[in-house]
Design a protein around this ligand. Structure first.
Ligand code: ADE
Length: 230
């Protein structure tokens, strides 16, 4: 077993690296990958940089170059579902690219021929997260995550994403990672802690809560890793 743990920004993986202790740094494809062994299991950690293209590159590198056979993503998201508050955790049941648009040709938003509107996350990893949540006495909401190359800070954009995808949260990497893992048959799990509500003051909220929410997500991911390796 070799586990990939991904974030998009340095702050999203820093608490994970801290918990893992020492690691070897390898440069590949203009990014850094941190390799270590944790409780006898090989782990590769990286942050991709923001957005669908960089996260696609990092996810495929972790799988195809580093031979990871499971991928866990940890990070922050903007809430759409009003029940999600700052710091709350959401696990993606399925993910979609909200900015993938060839509706001009009669296709639904998020769809291109050969693909699908949604990619489903691995059910057994979601089940495991439910066990971890129960043990920690934490609430983790399962829901739909919409991904796009856009920091959303506008209720009109948000409403449009709800209309097409019934999404509960949005971010900028999950669906691209999902597409890669699905194509390469790698079980994946996308966890996010809420940093903002994707409306007019989203950038201020993000700046204030990104780091603390990233820690909440990372700590949960490490509990998942403990369960996987035990
Ligand atoms: N990640 C965290 N908050 C976000 C937002 N408002 N839009 C896109 N990605 C995000």
């Amino acid at each position: 077993m070799k586990i990939a743990i991904m974030g998009a920004m340095p702050e999203e993986i820093a608490p994970i690296l801290e918990k893992l202790g020492s690691y070897k740094t390898t440069k590949y494809a203009d990014n850094e990958y941190y390799e270590t062994t944790y409780k006898g299991v090989e782990i590769v950690v990286a942050y991709s940089k923001i957005g669908k293209v960089f996260s696609t590159l990092t996810a495929s590198t972790m799988i195809q170059y580093f031979n990871c056979d499971k991928l866990l993503f940890s990070g922050v998201a903007g809430a759409i579902n009003p029940s999600l508050k700052i710091g709350d955790l959401i696990v993606a049941s399925k993910l979609s690219q909200h900015d993938l648009d060839i509706t001009a040709f009669g296709h639904p938003m998020g769809f291109v021929p050969g693909g699908s509107v949604f990619v489903e996350a691995d059910k057994s990893l979601i089940e495991l997260s439910n066990k971890v949540a129960l043990e920690l006495g934490k609430t983790v909401q399962e829901g739909i995550i919409a991904t796009g190359d856009q920091f959303v800070h506008d209720t009109v954009v948000k409403d449009n994403i709800v209309k097409h995808f019934k999404a509960d949260a949005l971010e900028m990497e999950g669906a691209s990672v999902a597409v890669v893992c699905n194509a390469l048959n790698i079980p994946f799990f996308i966890l996010r802690a809420i940093s903002d509500t994707a409306d007019t003051d989203a950038s201020f909220s993000f700046d204030e809560f990104m780091e603390s929410s990233a820690i909440i997500s990372a700590e949960f991911i490490m509990r998942m890793v403990d369960k996987i390796v035990d």
